[in-house]
Design a protein around this ligand. Structure first.
Ligand SMILES: C[S@@+](CC[C@H](N)C(=O)[O-])C[C@H]1O[C@@H](n2cnc3c(N)ncnc32)[C@H](O)[C@@H]1O
Length: 328
């Protein structure tokens, strides 16, 4: 058995890290004078298979990396890939907001670099078997962490119609939320909606024909909405930004790559709120709060991938990178 195990091929890396060159430059470990600092601690809060992580470890020898992912399978892939970096890497299977909130319990130096590369990886769409994609007919699970109790199947088959409408509107910005929710409720009366292809078919039939000229598949927004709802992604992002920023060392940098407007809006607003000096009501003639900016925006506009990157990796097309530096 152990011999057989040894002969099994290692799980293949599927994900290509997005905006890698830009992230490597903007999160380069801090320098002291013209020498690199003796040691820099970076948290990769969404390490996935460790694509960004490996690039950082191989380029910057003075870097210690704390790798976090809520998905145990991803952490195991990263563990195999990053093994060669020995004690420079530690891996944690947990949600990044919990990791940041509990950080002091780990007794580590404060991080001066934090990276969040949001969403899910190519592994999830292509290999996880959890129904994230309608390109494959899979059970509607959609949990990033198996510890979550509620699956997409539970929502699709048990939520009341109005709840489905709200999820599709809020998390998918879906114009046809009502028609789709009604079609799901009609369908599940005869048999449960079990799989991704079954759901995609219901959505396609519910959406008016002329809208099928949309650039994206009619079910894309429904799948996005369900995934966000199952994993509580927006709430997790809000909590993670606040806890991560509090933790970040003064002068440290925080980078976030987002993939849709709901995420980017949260990131943009959070950074903007910390970039204000005065928080007094606008009608007050003189500042009373004597507030000071907490960060500098290193990217006034988000950085997006160029044509070459999008051609090589179409999944990068909607990526937006925002980076800030915490004021010293
Ligand atoms: C886009 S992938 C990261 C890819 C990685 N940067 C790379 O280059 O290989 C996002 C990863 O974040 C994980 N994830 C998403 N939300 C998370 C959260 N709130 N806490 C921890 N991990 C999360 C997913 O499981 C996924 O593996």
């Amino acid at each position: 058995m152990s011999k057989l195990k040894k002969q099994l091929p290692k799980a293949k890396i599927t994900h290509t890290p997005v905006l890698l060159g830009e992230v490597l430059d903007l999160l380069k470990p801090a320098a002291v004078g013209n020498k690199p600092a003796s040691q820099s601690v970076m948290v990769d809060g969404t390490c996935g298979e460790g694509g960004h992580a490996e690039a950082f470890l191989s380029r910057y020898a003075n870097l210690i990396l704390l790798c976090v992912d809520a998905d145990k399978e991803q952490i195991e892939s990263a563990r195999r890939r990053l093994k060669k970096y020995g004690s420079r890497v530690e891996l944690f299977t947990m949600w990044f907001s919990d990791f940041f909130s509990d950080y002091h319990a780990y007794n580590r130096k404060l991080p001066d670099r934090i990276l969040l590369d949001l969403g899910i990886s190519r592994f999830h769409y292509e290999k996880s078997g959890r129904g994230f994609s309608f390109q494959r007919d899979e059970y509607l699970d959609m949990r990033i962490s198996k510890e979550l109790k509620q699956t997409a199947y539970d929502i699709v088959n048990k939520a009341v119609e109005q709840e489905l409408v709200n999820i599709l509107r809020e998390y998918g910005e879906e114009r046809f939320a009502y028609a789709i929710a009604r079609a799901i409720c009609r369908e599940r009366k005869s048999k449960p909606v079990r799989t991704s292809v079954q759901l995609a078919q219901i959505v396609s039939n519910a959406v008016p024909r002329q809208s099928s000229k949309r650039r994206i598949h009619p079910a894309t927004k429904t799948f996005q909405a369900l995934r966000i709802a199952v994993n509580g992604e927006l709430n997790e992002l809000e909590k993670g930004l606040a806890a991560g920023f509090t933790l970040l060392k003064k002068g440290g940098r925080f980078a976030v790559i987002s993939f849709h407007s709901l995420e980017d809006r949260i990131v943009k607003r959070f950074f903007k709120s910390k970039n204000k000096s005065c928080t007094c009501p606008p009608e007050w003639p003189i500042c009373q709060c004597r507030g000071e900016k907490e960060l500098i925006l290193l990217t006034k506009k988000p950085i997006t991938p160029g044509d070459t990157e999008v051609r090589a990796n179409p999944a990068a097309r909607s990526a937006k990178l925002r980076v800030v530096e915490k004021c010293a």
